[in-house]
Ligand binder design. Structure first.
Ligand SMILES: Cc1cc2nc3c(=O)[nH]c(=O)nc-3n(C[C@H](O)[C@H](O)[C@H](O)COP(=O)(O)OP(=O)(O)OC[C@H]3O[C@@H](n4cnc5c(N)ncnc54)[C@H](O)[C@@H]3O)c2cc1C
Length: 378
């Protein structure tokens, strides 16, 4: 197997680095999320500039405003953007899975309306999946959408929703048939976040202010035409989308940056001389490189046009394991200061990523039950 990047890929990575140096101030490490209007304005300007370069949705088909580029290009972009604080804001989700889900299951009208705006960098989305009693067991979701003529009436709630403060649209999972088996009564609705009846409350927490929201739906009316795919057939679309989301962010690069920073601290305070510290640094380095290789395996499958496999769950587990271990090592080497930085790539955030996009235990559960067909314990 050839692990070298092609000369074109190396040139592309250099172009991206030069672009970042032009677009962002030196040492930039994430938006100030206390000032949401400014955050949104700056993230939008960045995405528009990225779209003008042809890089925002470069791996999408040309007919959808993409560039037919190899998924490797999107992986390189993610490696350059994610560890410095993701200047696309939530638009990384548009490129990775929301746009592809609409291309896969959308009506011609939905594609015409949403896809063009995404490929120009004009629009921010959030994902309304988790509920107070449906996180790991997502198919147990209970937010109801009841048909009333040409509309659905939505009642229920979503929790831990990220990016709501800058979102224009929500990708919402609802239950449309409460009597069907739980995976067969779910539909997807796409509509503006400022639709009347949707109450948005912030949840400040471990990963910073404005990070999470509680959404309460009280008789929210949306047109039936905003449904993605067939009624009650939303679950397979979601599963496909989640397999893209799992490896959409290059967490191994974030882990590498955190490790470099922690090693620099250990060199300054002399702890680098401790053989136990050296062993841990070696182990974490191996975990990060394993996560990188397992992620590359998924990118390779996608580049060959093959469907998602257990490899995306395996890559996700490897990424979150590397993040957990580097987070613990960094917390030890920096001391309590590591919990105070507030950067996107800080220790608090990396620990939370083993819960986001499906907790690590659930990834292991899926590998066992869905892919290896192992029996459940009694
Ligand atoms: C940074 C971050 C961003 C997020 N952004 C969003 C978002 O934008 N939109 C959204 O909808 N959600 C979002 N979430 C929510 C996330 O998807 C859920 O937190 C996650 O699915 C886990 O659900 P839960 O919090 O209800 O935990 P629970 O499901 O209650 O799980 C708690 C613990 O129990 C374990 N557990 C549960 N069931 C089992 C089992 N059967 N076997 C073994 N272990 C089990 C889990 O692994 C976990 O460690 C985000 C979460 C984080 C941390």
């Amino acid at each position: 197997m050839d692990f070298d990047w092609t000369a074109d890929d190396v040139a592309y990575r250099n172009d991206v680095r030069n672009f970042l140096a032009e677009q962002l101030p030196p040492g930039w490490n994430g938006y100030d999320k206390h000032d949401l209007p400014r955050y949104k304005k700056e993230a939008k300007a960045f995405c528009t500039a990225l779209a003008e370069k042809g890089w925002l949705t470069q791996s999408w088909p040309k007919e959808y405003g993409g560039g037919d580029a190899s998924p490797w290009r999107a992986a390189i972009l993610s490696e350059e953007l994610w560890p410095i604080g993701e200047p696309r804001g939530s638009q990384y989700m548009n490129a990775n899975w929301i746009g592809p889900a609409i291309m896969f299951a959308g009506t011609p009208e939905q594609k015409a309306y949403h896809i063009g705006r995404m490929s120009k960098g004009d629009v921010f989305w959030c994902q309304g999946f988790s509920e107070p009693d449906a996180g790991s067991d997502l198919p147990a979701l209970r937010t109801r959408a009841v048909r009333d003529g040409d509309e659905y009436v939505i009642n229920g709630s979503k929790i831990w929703t990220s990016h709501v403060g800058i979102a224009d649209y929500i990708f919402l999972l609802v239950r449309t048939d409460p009597d069907a088996p739980k995976r067969e009564g779910i539909s997807i609705l796409l509509f503006p976040i400022d639709t009347p009846g949707l109450d948005i409350r912030h949840i400040d927490g471990f990963v910073g202010e404005q990070a999470f929201h509680h959404l309460i739906f009280e008789d929210v009316r949306v047109p039936v035409s905003c449904r993605l795919g067939e009624e009650n057939r939303g679950w397979p679309i979601v599963q496909r989308a989640l397999s893209f989301e799992r490896i959409g962010a290059a967490h191994y690069e974030t882990a590498r940056l955190i490790l470099e920073d922690a090693v620099a601290t250990a060199q300054r305070n002399g702890r680098i001389e401790d053989p136990e510290v050296q062993t841990r640094i070696g182990e974490v380095t191996a975990l990060i490189e394993a996560a990188r290789m397992l992620t590359y395996k998924v990118v390779d499958l996608r580049a060959q046009g093959l469907p998602p496999t257990a490899d995306s769950n395996v890559a996700r587990v490897a990424q979150t394991t590397a993040l957990q271990e580097v987070g613990m090592l960094a917390a030890d080497l920096h001391g309590s200061a590591s919990l105070e930085s507030g950067n996107d790539a800080d220790v608090r955030n990396v620990l939370a990523y083993s819960v986001a996009a499906g907790a690590t235990e659930m990834q292991l559960d899926q590998i066992a039950s869905r892919w290896l067909d192992l029996p459940r314990s009694k």
